[in-house]
Write a protein that binds this ligand. Structure first.
Ligand code: TYD
Length: 136
């Protein structure tokens, strides 16, 4: 899928002086059904995560707390998104390489994912990803 498919999605936000509330429903707010949720936290300063692409997985990445940068790369074009608000999610479609860095201290990155974890779904070598993406 093309890099242009990846985009920031603004989620519903119920504003309340006692605290805001955001929700996500399958197919309603995101273009896939959620099979798995995971989160990354206690990230040390200067850490870089990601460095892989998924073959079939659809994801929505949300900064539940703090902020970080996500660079998406389809092998030809790159785009960097700064995530800092928990009512925005970055939709990442399959076959997109991602690097995540610039984590603020105390940040929490949550991922809503379309499938359960399997290592077979990963490209962890950029060359292998490029070959699969562009060489027919
Ligand atoms: P990885 O996806 O490489 O993390 P990141 O992209 O955030 O740097 O996963 C790190 C490790 O955690 C790797 O050994 C696989 C394991 N893991 C699971 O066991 N289940 C999961 O749902 C995820 C996302 C990772």
């Amino acid at each position: 899928m093309p890099l242009e498919e990846c985009r920031l999605i603004e989620l519903p936000k119920i504003h309340n002086p006692q605290g805001n509330l955001t929700f996500v429903e399958n197919s309603e707010h995101i273009p896939f059904d959620i099979e798995r949720v995971y989160y990354v936290y206690d990230v040390p300063g200067g850490a870089e995560r990601g460095g892989h692409a998924h073959k079939d997985l659809h994801q929505l990445i949300i900064a539940m707390s703090g902020s970080f940068d996500i660079t998406l790369d389809d092998g030809k074009n790159k785009k960097t998104f700064h995530l800092a608000r928990s009512y925005y999610g970055l939709y990442v479609c399959p076959m997109i390489w991602r690097e995540i860095d610039n984590f603020s201290s105390g940040s929490v990155l949550m991922v809503l994912a379309s499938n359960k974890y399997t290592e077979d779904d990963y490209y962890r070598e950029y060359d292998n990803f490029m070959r699969a993406r562009w060489v027919k």
